[in-house]
Design a protein around this ligand. Structure first.
Ligand SMILES: [Ca+2]
Ligand SMILES: [Ca+2]
Ligand SMILES: [Ca+2]
Ligand SMILES: [Ca+2]
Length: 382
């Protein structure tokens, strides 16, 4: 074989090798897109066009919650709300921690939520929460709108989460109001659904009002972690219902299954995150899509490099007994980095598979290209 032909063959082989390598690398990127496989929670929520969507990602000291929804709905932090703690839905994004002692987010009456533009046939309210103690004797409000005559709410009591709805007044000659509570209380107009919950556990809860403009065949539904836990019929429409809106506490009156209450109070202790409001009844698959989009990354990878190791532990150690968010080593959903976080960190560390971690697709491709570069370099030197 002449030197010319050998060089030509080598050139051809080199080109084929490059083609094959690039094809394999591209296929790898397409087949294993890594974290992008999970749709972002924010995208799932915005896809349904909420008029209000509060992520509670504001820095410590903020007085107003940023609304990512389509409407103009102000919301103000009041009392001792701690911002910057880990988010139950997505730890790094942050959430609001309510102290159970006067802290809440106040949302004034709004034409999009409860006044001026009623009656409403459909509503969806969703949020995430995590509470250190759910076995409380008195109701603690996660969300409420309206007062004692008409309104909607989500609250906890005695190890259960409740969703409630009521239009107790006869607002249209009995056509769609007052709602029908059931056999025990046929004209009460109040409906409640509940399901058990546990301490220090993250939940997604949704209230869906799918009413009736010509009767009371509509429904009130409750979802926990993307699954329906209860549904009641007897629902018509909900007419305008002032008396303000509270997140993490009652802002001017609400009505629990145990009765109506006035003024402010019933403050929640724990973290609330990703609150979104809609004037449509979202279908079950859309509710499930949010839960599927939750953050499932290991609870200890503070520097977000894919593994839980000494570098993460150092972050936690340097912030121990101080306030901080997830990036500071605060795993659970309270304001402080402490032993509770260390216990969860140790658990997550031990749950990691032993031995070397499987390389990420990005680093896998990098290895392929590095090998290719080395090979081409080696060919040149021949
Ligand atoms: Ca958040
Ligand atoms: Ca109220
Ligand atoms: Ca790490
Ligand atoms: Ca903590």
């Amino acid at each position: 074989m002449t030197s010319f032909r050998r060089d030509k063959n080598q050139e051809l082989w080199k080109r084929r090798y490059l083609q094959v390598t690039l094809t394999v690398a591209t296929a790898a990127l397409l087949l294993f897109p890594g974290n992008n496989l999970r749709a972002a929670l924010e995208d799932e929520i915005l896809a349904d066009n909420p008029f209000a969507y509060w992520r509670f990602a504001e820095p410590v000291g903020s007085t107003e919650a940023v609304n990512l929804g389509s409407g103009d709905v102000p919301a103000n932090f009041d009392g001792n709300v701690t911002l910057g703690v880990a988010g139950p839905a997505e730890r790094p994004n942050g959430s609001a921690f309510f102290d159970g002692d006067g802290s809440l987010v106040r949302v004034p009456d709004s034409g999009l939520i409860n006044t001026s533009n009623g009656p409403w046939e459909e509503k969806t309210i969703e949020l995430w929460f995590n509470a250190p103690d759910v076995d409380v004797e008195s109701e603690q409000v996660l969300y409420e709108q309206g007062g004692t005559t008409r309104g909607l709410n989500i609250y906890i009591r005695e190890g259960n989460v409740f969703v409630g709805g009521w239009n107790r007044a006869n607002d249209d000659s009995g056509m769609t109001t007052p709602w029908i509570s059931g056999e025990d209380d046929p004209t009460g107009g109040n409906l409640y659904l509940s399901t058990p919950i546990e301490d220090r556990t993250t939940y997604h809860v949704a209230l869906v009002l799918d009413g009736d403009t010509a009767g009371m065949e509509g429904t009130l539904s409750g979802y926990l972690n993307g699954e329906l836990f209860g549904e009641k019929t007897g629902v018509g429409q909900i007419f305008n219902h002032g008396d303000d809106v509270g997140i993490g506490g009652m802002d001017t009156s609400t009505f629990f299954d145990s009765g109506g209450v006035s003024g402010d109070g019933n403050f929640f202790r724990g973290a609330i995150d990703e609150v979104a409001l809609y004037n449509v009844a979202l279908p079950a698959d859309r509710i499930a899509a949010r839960y599927a989009a939750r953050d499932t990354t290991p609870a200890g990878d503070f520097n977000n490099d894919g593994t839980i190791d000494l570098a993460d532990f150092e972050i936690m150690r340097s912030n121990f007994r101080q306030r901080g968010g997830f990036a500071d080593g605060n795993i659970n959903f309270d304001p402080d980095v402490d032993l509770f976080d260390f216990l969860e960190f140790a658990e997550a560390f031990n749950a990691q598979p032993a031995g070397a971690p499987v390389p990420e697709p990005a680093s896998w491709c990098l290895m392929v290209f590095t090998a290719l570069a080395l090979w081409l370099g080696a060919r040149k030197r021949h």
